[in-house]
Each structure stands twice: as structure tokens, then as C-alpha cells.
Design a protein. Structure first.
Length: 271
């Protein structure tokens, strides 16, 4: 064959079976709940955005926002479009966490999902079920290792409780892949996607760069510490935390004042 043009003229992509491609987004936020006493600081909780599916398969089950790639768009554009269409939430940015291509993961056929994680500021949380989603809600997240070595993913929203059980398969590039033992009522393989996304988020949060996306432009060191502790599921002594973040933040001339509290210095991310 003399040229690429001649090669392409005789080439037929229809000779090869092709999968459908989807994008799914695990969008997290930190919500602040008042403790009921001015002597106690507000409690921070890690939450995940889920939609209740309005059609088959997995009708009425809870799932991550996502959908099929359309002609002419990138997979990142697909992910951002789908989460906005289904929840009315628009992430500023998304981070890829993996490709999920296990045969049989979707009963409709050969469908490959590109999974992303996102961080949504509390001020931006305005979810409503739209498009083909029957509902959209923020679920409190708990992800811990059990006595048997398996990992329990628990998602709660009011009276709704979902509990999935997963096994850690392998870790590469600082990210762990998971195999579902019990889906806990979540659609498709989304329990594994959520676990992988949370693992990736915790890895990124160790460098502190990711956690600033959970906060307003100015914040107290106590707010910053609670966000980091909520994501990592750990506790750090305040003095140690101040030393750890000193190279990431800078003081402002502003203070946070509230009833029952001594004014606290506000900081911003160092650029």
C-alpha cells in the first residue's frame, strides 16, 4: 500500500466489535453540622453525591452520576455534562481514578466506565434529581477495614443506609483497586468505583493540595485541620498540624469572630 490515505480508504472499523464508553463521577464534599452547643465546634462530615436511578437496569437503586459518551466530546466533557444534567452540580475540576472494564459489569452489554473523583465546595452544593435520575442526595461516607481484612463502605442519608463489602485487590501508583464482595444495594460496580475514588482522594490529601478545594478562599487552621482529618479518618495534634501546613498557607489580616469563641486568624492558600 503506497500511502496512509489509501490505507484509510480501504479500512473498515466495523470489522472490530467496539464497546460503549461511559463516565462516572464520585463527587465528595465536606458538610458542616452545628453541634448544638457554642462550646463545641461544628462537626465536619465527608459526603458523597449519589443519584437514584429512574430507569432500568438497577431501577430505583442508588448510583454515581454518569452516562454515555456522545459523539464529538471528550470523556472529561462527558463526565462534567452528565453530573450537571443529573444533579445540577457543576464541579470545577475532576481527577481520573481508573478505567473499569470488568466483563459483565453492566447487564446491557460491553460497557467500559472511566471513573473520576471531584471535590465540591459546600457553597456549591445545590443538588436536585434531573435528566434520567429520579433523585439526587448527599450521603455520609464511612470506609473502614473490618476485623476480617475486608473493607466496609457505609453510605447514609436520613433513613437510607447502604453497606457494601469489598476486598482490596492490589495497590499501584499509590491507588488501591477493590473487588466487590457485596454491593450493598449500589448499582453496577459503583461500590468499587467509590472505594477506589476515596482511596485516591486520601492519597492526594496527604500532600494538602487537594483539601483546599473543600474550603472557602479564607479559612481558619482549625477548619483546614478538620477537613484533612475527615478525609483521612485520622486525628492530629493541633501543634503538629500547624507545622505540617506552614509551607502551604499564609496569614491574612482577617479574623473569624463568633459568639462564645475567641477570634481566630484567617488564612489563605499560599500560591
Amino acid at each position: 500500500m503506497d500511502s496512509e490515505k489509501e490505507f484509510l480508504a480501504g479500512y473498515s472499523i466495523d470489522k472490530y466489535e467496539r464497546p460503549s464508553v461511559t463516565a462516572d463521577v464520585a463527587a465528595f464534599t465536606i458538610s458542616t453540622e452545628e453541634s448544638g452547643s457554642y462550646r463545641r465546634s461544628p462537626e465536619n462530615k465527608l459526603r458523597l453525591l449519589l443519584i437514584r436511578r429512574g430507569g432500568h437496569p438497577y431501577k430505583d437503586c442508588w448510583a454515581l452520576p454518569g452516562g454515555f459518551l456522545q459523539k464529538g466530546e471528550t470523556i472529561e466533557q462527558c463526565a462534567l455534562r452528565e453530573i450537571f444534567e443529573e444533579t445540577n452540580v457543576q464541579p470545577v475540576s475532576i481527577m481520573p481514578v481508573g478505567v473499569f472494564s470488568e466483563p459483565g459489569r453492566d447487564p446491557r452489554g460491553w460497557i467500559i466506565s472511566n471513573a473520576y473523583v471531584s471535590v465540591i465546595s459546600e457553597e456549591s452544593v445545590r443538588q436536585v434529581g434531573m435528566d434520567d435520575a429520579a433523585d439526587a442526595q448527599w450521603f455520609c461516607v464511612s470506609f473502614d477495614c473490618t476485623e476480617t481484612g475486608a473493607h466496609r463502605l457505609t453510605l447514609t442519608c436520613g433513613e437510607i443506609a447502604l453497606s457494601a463489602l469489598l476486598a482490596a485487590e492490589k495497590t499501584s501508583f499509590g491507588r488501591t483497586q477493590y473487588r466487590i464482595l457485596d454491593s450493598g444495594g449500589l448499582a453496577f460496580d459503583h461500590a468499587a468505583i467509590i472505594a477506589t475514588g476515596l482511596s485516591a482522594l486520601r492519597t492526594e490529601a496527604k500532600s494538602f493540595d487537594t483539601i483546599f478545594d473543600f474550603l472557602p478562599e479564607t479559612f481558619t487552621l482549625s477548619q483546614l485541620q478538620k477537613v484533612q482529618e475527615t478525609i483521612m479518618n485520622v486525628s492530629v495534634l493541633p501543634a503538629n498540624f500547624r507545622r505540617m501546613v506552614s509551607s502551604y498557607v499564609e496569614e491574612t489580616d482577617e479574623f473569624l469572630r463568633g459568639e462564645g469563641h475567641r477570634p481566630a486568624r484567617l488564612y489563605r492558600r499560599k500560591v
